[in-house]
Design a protein around this ligand. Structure first.
Ligand code: NAD
Ligand code: UDP
Length: 349
């Protein structure tokens, strides 16, 4: 029988792409999402793209903090593993509303882990982030680099990593993979699913995309005095489909090794690209001019962040396939087909 995976936050950007890859790889998938930062349309589109595999996907609108709803779900369905994406992720908002972030991300995760214990499911893949490396003194970041959270969002990631390490220490039946994502961008090549942030986009490429389709007049570039090639910040951008495939590799590892413990892997490409290089690459692919306004540094931003990918390559047998050109091509394809994301001009701000 096909393995069944519970995907929390599966209606969101990375979740929807991962759910699609899971279905195509033959898994049964159950998504829970409260739709706070996503749309059920994403789930419908994933079902359609998956074709004959679409029937293996079910969706439940559940908030992770709703213990009774989670219990009912776990009682009715046996899961072989959980992939846990659900959480709030806007750094600036987390500084303004720390309690919202601690409540949603930490309490939501504890409720999930408790339900897993109650129902005997002890295999987990968790969405951590390169943000746990803070402002690294040395790049590329390896999984052993020092950890330092610079805001409440980052602290929720570090705390959840620690919780996972602790529960495995206390109970060796747990097998957990913590995936530290670098900067996912792009969209599925069909152009039918992609990133659709609610309100003002915090991340670079969703903003660039909204300028390209005329929803915003200019891109503000934060910082032009970093000690980088052109003075702007450098990040490790990774195609979201590559990132999604990294989860399949992680699950395969979890199913193969019964005593894996709690392991952490970077998911990135190992290459650094500056803000201005990204803008130029997107302009070239889309043929659209992206007017930029140069501004000061954004508080809490690191200067250069990119991954060492050696551990994931060696142990997960996973390596990113796509380059910046394909990331921009697929981002633009999604934007052109869906200038208002999953919504309409009236439903979006
Ligand atoms: P997203 O906002 O598109 O997806 C998160 C999903 O979780 C949303 O659909 C949201 O509605 C749901 N959700 C939030 N709180 C919930 C709750 N209490 N109960 C049920 N559902 C809830 O974000 P994403 O970009 O797909 O990110 C997925 C995960 O990856 C997050 O944990 C995020 O912190 C992490 N991550 C993202 C990035 C990035 O750049 N996108 C980088 C590193 C790590
Ligand atoms: N950035 C920018 N303008 C924006 C959003 C981001 O110049 O509107 C810069 C940001 O300062 C950083 C890079 O783009 O150098 C990537 O930022 P993003 O928020 O996408 O990712 P993160 O900083 O979380 O890695």
């Amino acid at each position: 029988m096909a393995r069944r995976i519970l995907v929390t936050g599966g209606a969101g950007y990375i979740g929807s792409h991962t759910v699609l890859q899971l279905l195509l790889a033959g898994f049964g998938v159950v998504v829970v999402d409260n739709l706070d930062n996503s749309s059920e349309v994403a789930v419908e589109r994933v079902t359609a793209i998956a074709g004959k595999y679409g029937k293996n996907l079910t969706f439940h609108r559940i908030d992770l903090r709703d213990k009774d709803a989670l219990d009912k779900l776990f009682a009715s369905t046996k899961f072989d593993a959980v992939v846990h994406f659900a959480g709030l992720k806007a750094v600036g908002e987390s500084v303004q509303k720390p309690l919202l972030y601690y409540n949603n991300n930490i309490i939501g995760t504890i409720a999930l882990l408790e339900a897993m214990v109650r129902h005997g499911c002890k295999k987990l893949v968790f969405s951590s982030s390169a943000t746990v490396y803070g402002w690294p003194k040395k790049v590329p970041c390896t999984e052993e680099s020092p950890l330092c959270a610079m805001n409440p969002y980052g602290r929720t990631k570090l705390m959840i990593e620690d919780i996972c390490r602790d529960i495995h220490r206390a109970d060796k039946d747990w097998n957990i993979i913590l995936l530290r994502y670098f900067n996912p961008i792009g969209a599925h090549p069909s152009g039918n699913i992609g990133e659709d942030p609610r309100g003002f986009p915090n991340n670079l490429m969703p903003f660039v995309q909204q300028v390209a389709v005329g929803r915003r007049p200019t891109l503000t570039v934060f910082g032009n005095d970093y000690s980088t090639k052109d003075g702007t910040g450098v990040r490790d951008y990774i195609h979201v489909v590559d990132l999604a495939d990294g989860h399949i590799a992680a699950l395969q590892k979890l199913f193969k090794a019964s005593n894996l413990g709690c392991e952490v892997y970077n998911l990135g490409t190992g290459k650094g690209t500056s803000v201005l290089e990204m803008v130029a690459a997107f302009e070239k692919t889309s043929g659209k001019k992206i007017p930029v306004v140069k501004a000061g540094r954004r508080h809490g931003d690191a200067e250069i962040l990119y991954a060492s990918t050696r551990k994931a390559e060696k142990e997960l047998k996973w390596k990113a396939k796509y380059g910046i050109e394909e990331m921009c091509r697929d981002q633009w394809n999604w934007a052109k087909k869906n200038p208002w994301g999953y919504g309409s001009p009236d439903s979006t701000s």
